[in-house]
Ligand binder design. Sequence first.
Ligand SMILES: *Cc1c(COP(=O)(O)O)cnc(C)c1O
Length: 377
Amino acid sequence: MSALFGNYSRRPIHLVKGQGTKVYDEAGKEYLDFTSGIAVLSLGHANPILVEAIKEQSEKLWHISNLFESPEQEQLAATLVKDTHLAHGFFCNSGAEANEAAIKLARKHTGKHTIITFENSFHGRTFGAISATGQAKVQQGFGPLVEKFIHVPFNDVKALEAVVNDEVAAIMLEVVQGEGGVNSVSEEFGEAISNICKEQGILLIIDEVQTGIARTGTRYAYEQTALKPDILTLAKGLGGGFPIGAMLGTAEMFGTFSPGTHGTTFGGNPLAVAVAQTVLNHVFEESFLGEVLKKSEYFTEQLEKILPAENFTVKGMGLLLGVNCVKAVAPLITKAEDAGLLLVGAGEEVIRLLPPLTVTYEEIDAAIAILADILND
Ligand SMILES: *Cc1c(COP(=O)(O)O)cnc(C)c1O
């Protein structure tokens, strides 16, 4: 009997150390980690610059609480909103918490309740976040859920238009549905949402918990679309492995989160902020972002060469890629693992490819060789 709850179906590998893209199990077997802890390890495992950042901060100050001012949080928020239309940041500890803050802010700011989200979306596991999520499997057994969330089909302009009315506070979406199958927002849909929000005075919440922080080759994925969020949520890649989440908002939102309206004990903790600042100082560099795009192009080209049949397709943005295998991928993921490549699915039929953003071309080639074997088997 396990001392843990059984809410994860864990794979039987005990990983004990990592360096860059590589991880090692107890027996010393080496794997290429193309999961990055699910888009978390933006700078790879045990990156010396992050090790140094946390070491340095851990000798100074671990925790102070938000009772006191924090120039470090100010600096981190300023870095996140620099050269964007966004103006303010709030720090928390996870993606679900960032979305929880976003939902609360949107309701309080508009005085309205309805939030439109999309089928196959994923927004996290708190009550607000599962209510926003458009997947029955994450909601089952937990009702009654938070009211007034409407889920409509993704990339379906007509379905969206049909539910828009003057009771809608916000539309909330992912630019690429990560958990839901690596589905990118279409150009047409992005433009339609942008117009609807503008015309109807509806807030736009973009959940970039998975797509944000350089994962798609720009700082935020929305920069590659017509979408302009009023509220943006971040987590996974932000701390490079140290837990931290963030919600960003426009200047208009400022007054709504007045003192005492929202908070968290650990949010913006000095350790988390020091690591996140170090992550941003690297991944927001133009040259780094350009490299992510180049690697993405190379990876996509190589993947397309090895697809075994026409109905297999490559999708996604940047280094959030998916291979739609049009069949259950769980056995393929197990085979890859045996061959030394760690992968994660997205829905039942898509293999998700999320290497650290620091992955090398040689490592992409090595992953391609393994993928070619398992896909063509
Ligand atoms: C992972 C994820 C979340 C939830 O983040 P947690 O840190 O697990 O709470 C929310 N939204 C998206 C798009 C995600 O990928």
